[in-house]
Design a protein. Structure first.
Length: 181
């Protein structure tokens, strides 16, 4: 996967107003457009001291919502934040918008926003395995296949996992679900 970083610190270290976030959004969206169709934008909060919810909502949450609408093909976005506290305002705004995205810190990850516990469990298994079929995930989670499909559909909608067609046979098409990390 082609990953590129977008440093939020280019707008300052103490980011607070909605107007500042709105003005910065054009740059983030331009960076998104420059990615290949399957690329990933890593929004880095390194060197940022304060990130208000208003700025985070305008810059990151609204851009992410646009990404999920399908405008940017199969691109994905994650937030690289050195602490959960720094991303707290973004977490609140994603929750209000009923969205969820991944926060990474080195090899560690967590979910920002709203994602039910069963979905988090399924996401954790996909990330741990890097890729898996729905059947393999359902078996590992000890849940019915249709319940697993429902969870995976939400994770794909939120671009927390990627779906790839691997086999097409009547009456069902088979997919492989891949981690975006």
């Amino acid at each position: 996967m082609n990953r590129r970083s977008f440093a939020v610190s280019q707008f300052g270290t103490r980011l607070g107003t909605r107007a500042e976030g709105e003005a910065a959004r054009a740059r983030l969206l331009a960076a998104m457009e420059e990615l290949p169709p399957d690329g990933q934008l890593v929004v880095s909060l390194d060197d940022v001291e304060v990130l208000s919810g208003s700025f985070a909502d305008e810059l990151i949450a609204k851009s992410y919502q646009l990404l999920l609408s399908g405008v940017y093909a199969e691109r994905t976005m994650v937030v690289a934040a050195p602490s959960a506290e720094l991303a707290e305002g973004l977490n609140d705004k994603l929750t209000q918008r009923n969205l969820a995205m991944l926060r990474v810190d080195g090899d560690d990850w967590s979910v920002l926003g709203r994602l039910a516990v069963p979905h988090r469990d399924t996401l954790a298994l996909v990330i741990a395995r890097d890729q898996a079929t729905a059947k393999a995930l359902a078996d590992a989670l000890e849940i019915p296949a249709n319940a697993c499909h429902q969870r995976l559909r939400r994770l794909v909608e939120l671009r927390l996992v990627l779906q790839e067609r691997i086999h097409s046979t009547a009456p069902r098409t088979q997919y492989l679900f891949r981690s975006i990390l």
